[in-house]
Design a binder for this molecule. Sequence first.
Ligand code: ADP
Length: 511
Amino acid sequence: MRIATKIISGYAILIALMAAVLVYQVASIHHMQSINKNLSGLNFSAARTSIQLMRDRDLVEEYTKKSFIVGDPDYVEKLREFKEGFASSLQDMQYLGRSEREQVEINRLVQFWEEFSQALARELAVLTPGTMPSELDQHLERLRAQVQTVHQVSLRTIEAEVGKAADTGAKAEWISWSAAAIALVVSFLVSFFIVRSISEPLHHLTEGTRAVAEGKFYYRLDASRNDEFALLAKDFNTMTARLNELDQMKKDFVSHVSHELKGPLASMQETTHMLLEEIPGSLTEKQKRLLDLNLLSSKRLSSMLENLLDMSRLEAGVMEYELTTQELVVLIQTVVSQLEPQALEKTIRVEPDLPAKPLIVECDGDRIIQVLSNLLGNAIKFSPPGSVIKVRAFSVAALPETMPASWREKVTEDGDSAGFALVAVSDSGPGVPDAHKEKIFEKFHQVKQGKKISGQGVGLGLAICRTIMEAHRGAIWVEDNSNHGSGSVFWLLLRLGSSQEGVTHRTSSPL
Ligand code: ADP
C-alpha cells in the first residue's frame, strides 16, 4: 500500500471513531434532556395536582358534613363550588398522569368520584338537616384512600424517572470512557503502524547512504515493497550500480595508466644514469647537478606510480603476501641505511635504538620494508633540518595501553601470541592533530598545514601501510611525540613468531 494511502486510511479510521463517539454522546445528552423535560414539565405538575386533589377532597368532605348537619343552603352552595374544584383538578390529573399505574389509579378515582356525586345528588334531594347519611361517609372515606393512592403513585413515577435519568447518565459516562479508551488504543496502534512503515525503510535508506558514503558501491536496497520507498530504493540501486561502474572504470584507468607509465619512466631513469656515468661523453658540473635533479624527480614519480599500482592491487584484493620468518632488526637496519643519505641531505640525523637480541617475526619482508620506508620517509619529509629521528624497536609481552581500541580487536582476533614486537619512529616535525590521527590512514587523506611540503605525495602511503599491517594481524597508529615539544611517533606492532621453516601465503581483503 502507498504511504499516502496508509496515512489517509489510518486517520480516516480515527476520525470515524471520534465521530461515532461524538454522535453517541450527543444522543445521550438529548435523551437525558427529554427525561428532565418530562420530569419538570409533567411529573412534578402531576404531583402538585395530586396534593391539590387531597385539599379539594378535604373541603368537599367538610362542606358535605356541614350541609347535612346544619342544612344551610349557603353551605350547599359552597359544597357545589368545591365539588367543581375537585372535578377540575381530577380532569387535570387525567391529562398529567402518564404512567400506566397512574392511569389505572386515576380512572378508579374518577369512578369513585362519579359514584359519590350520584349518591350526594340523591341525598341532597331528600335533605333532612341534623343527620349525615352513612353511605356518604363511606364514599368520602373511599375517596380519601384513593386520592392518597394517586398521590403515592405520582411520587413513585417521579422516583422512577429520576432513576432512569441517573441510569442513562451512568451508562453514557461508561460508554464515553470506554470509547475514549478504545479511541486511544486504536490511535496508538494506527500511529505505530504508520510510523513503523515509514521509519523502517528510512532506516534502510540511511544505512545504504552511509554505505555509499564509505565507498561501498555494491550496496543494494530491497525494492520489493509496493510503495514510494520501493521507487526510491530502485533509483538508489540504479545510482549505486552506476557509481560502481564508474568506480571500476576509474580503478581500471589508474591501474592501466600507472602500468603504461612505468616502462618509459624506467628507460628515462636508465638514460639519466648512463649520462651521469658519462658513458656518452664527459659532463660539466652544472649539467651533472641538473641530471641529479632529473633523477630525483623521476624516482619520486616512480614511487608515486608504485603506490598507485599497490592501491589498485589492494582495491582489487589481489595483493599477495609471502609470510616467512624474518629478523625485524635486520629489516629496520636495511631501511635506515637506504634512507640515511636522503636524511643527511636535509642535515637530519637518524638514530637507531635497536635491541641486541633478535626480534623474530613472521612477515613478508619486502612489505614490512615498504611500511618502514614509508614511515621513515615521512619522518624525513616532515622533520625540520638539523633535527633527529629516532627509530626504536623492542619486544613487549602485552599490547600497549596507548594502542587504539579499533586495532586491539583485530590483533587479539585469533588468540594469544608469544608477545609483540614494537617499532617506533619519532620525529620533531609538525605532528598530526588529534582529529586526523585516524584519518591519515585513509586513502588520499592529508593534513593541510600551510603550503604542501616538498615530496608530499597524494596521501596513499599510510593507507597502503595500514592494509599491509592488517594482513599481518599487526597494527599501525600515531601518537604525539611527548619527549619532544612537537612531532609525532608512528608505531608498528607485529606478533612475535616462532622461527618455523616454510612460507605462508596470504592475501589482504579488498579495500
Ligand atoms: P603522503 O605523504 O604521500 O601525503 P601518506 O599517506 O604517507 O601520504 O601521509 C598522509 C598524510 O599524513 C601526510 O600528507 C601528512 O599530512 C601526514 N603525515 C604523515 N606522516 C607524518 C609525519 N611524520 N609528521 C606529520 N604529518 C605526517
